[in-house]
Design a protein around this ligand. Structure first.
Ligand code: HEM
Length: 390
């Protein structure tokens, strides 16, 4: 007969055995993850990290600063293990040239981050589509129909008109002693300009406000840390924390706006008539004439590319204007020199014209400053660092 004491001891023994097996299991998983991430011999210097999370803990809320600090210690080429994702950080001009010019094709595709899957129709846009025939044809279309210097020059009149309106609205508020947010004004201005260039039609103030909000939220979601991006098997955590739901709701808002934009555009095409075709017209035309085109575009492709042009064009141009203005306000000496140059070259004219700009070397240098910062922190993300370690 089994006594009560033996029964308790057996139960305790079983509990201990179970705990030991769980601990052993965890240790094995940790060992597997840490070895599988590092077993490949790599020539790239890499800061030591922890099992599972790798170097994630070394990135702060200002990752550009953390990367800068790490690269000072480990050199201009370093390999980071961000969870399960290997990431190579390049932080010298010479190496950036090597990656982005000489070995351009190897690194032409961006990683398919979660935000791009949800917001850009599973990466059907120019920025996140993998390098290949579709991307090449789309790039060709974008350059010839929107981003070529000829097209940009054709927007000169539009730019002049929009700038005149901007200056007028600023001076109207300022003459009344009013206070306004220059950042907000710049955001609306760049958005109106980009929409006009992409759609060849103006958008209402109400829509401008909505777009500014959606574009701002895009930048929030594109820098947000999603578990799935670093640990593909942990998607359930994003669901549990409600982050995936937020992304889905944000995408729905965009989707409705893009649908309305396309519908409005199609229904007003007769009205616009001979005013020239826009980038959206070109996309819709390719979608319609599927058989004669080199690429196949669905409505989702059109929406993804419309979104990326509007958002990428607005956010970047706005950031450059905003940063430049902040630098000028913070450095009255720079502001004075820039103003002196503008007054001297524009010679009392009410507005600065395109032809004045080529002579404004100081102003150009001031505007280039934020670009230098963007380049300095440009990082290259690779699916696997092993390719370049060979
Ligand atoms: C001052 C303004 C701008 C800045 C600083 C800027 C900056 C950049 C940078 C750094 C990239 C990444 C390049 C790379 O990875 O090789 C990029 C890509 C891109 N930009 Fe801009 N950009 C600006 C204006 C615009 C405008 C006005 C548009 C559209 C109307 C636009 C659309 C795009 C697109 C679609 C891509 C992805 C292209 C690709 O992957 O090939 N950008 N931009």
């Amino acid at each position: 007969m089994i006594t009560l004491g033996r029964l308790i001891r057996t139960a305790e023994q079983q509990k201990l055995d179970m705990m030991l097996s769980v601990l052993l299991g965890i240790l094995l998983v940790l060992l597997y993850y840490s070895l599988s991430g590092r077993s490949k011999k790599t020539a790239i210097p890499s800061p030591s990290g922890f099992p599972l999370i790798g170097n994630l803990h070394q990135l702060s809320l200002t990752p550009h600063r953390s990367l800068c600090k790490l690269s000072k210690k480990h050199g201009p080429l370093m390999l980071l293990h961000l969870g399960r994702i290997q990431t190579v950080v390049v932080s010298s001009a010479e190496l950036a040239h090597e990656f982005m010019r000489i070995h351009d094709l190897c690194f032409a595709s961006r990683p398919r981050v979660k935000a791009s899957k949800f917001l850009l129709y599973d990466g059907k846009d120019l920025a996140f589509a993998p390098y290949g025939e579709y991307w090449r044809q789309l790039k060709k279309l974008s350059i010839t129909q929107l981003l070529s210097s000829k097209m940009v020059q054709s927007f000169a009149r539009l730019l002049e008109r929009e700038v005149a309106q901007l200056v007028q609205s600023i001076s109207y508020v300022a003459s009344d002693g009013g206070v306004f947010s220059l950042s907000e004004v710049f955001n609306w201005f760049t958005n109106a300009l980009v929409c006009k260039a992409v759609l060849n039609s103006s958008i209402s103030d109400e829509k401008k406000k909505l777009l500014a909000e959606l574009i701002h939220m895009n930048s929030v979601y594109f820098v947000m840390v999603f578990a799935e991006d670093y640990f593909p098997s942990l998607r359930w955590m994003d669901v549990l924390l409600g982050l995936e739901g937020k992304l889905k709701r944000h995408h729905k808002k965009w989707d409705a706006v893009l649908d309305a934009m396309i519908e409005e555009h199609i229904s007003s095409s007769e009205e616009r008539g001979s005013k020239g075709i826009s980038f959206l017209d070109v996309l819709l035309d390719v979608q319609k004439n599927d058989f004669s085109s080199e690429i196949h575009l669905t409505k989702e492709h059109v929406k993804a590319n419309l979104l990326v042009m509007i958002a990428a064009g607005t956010d970047t141009s706005f950031a450059v204007l905003d940063w430049t203005m902040v630098e000028l306000v913070r450095n009255p000496n720079l502001m004075r020199k820039a103003q002196e140059e503008i007054r001297e070259i524009a010679q009392g004219e009410a507005t600065v014209r395109e032809e004045h700009l080529s002579k404004m070397h100081y102003l150009k240098a001031v505007i280039k400053n934020p670009f230098a910062c963007i380049h300095r922190f440009h990082c290259c993300f690779l699916e696997s660092a092993y390719k370049i370690a060979r």
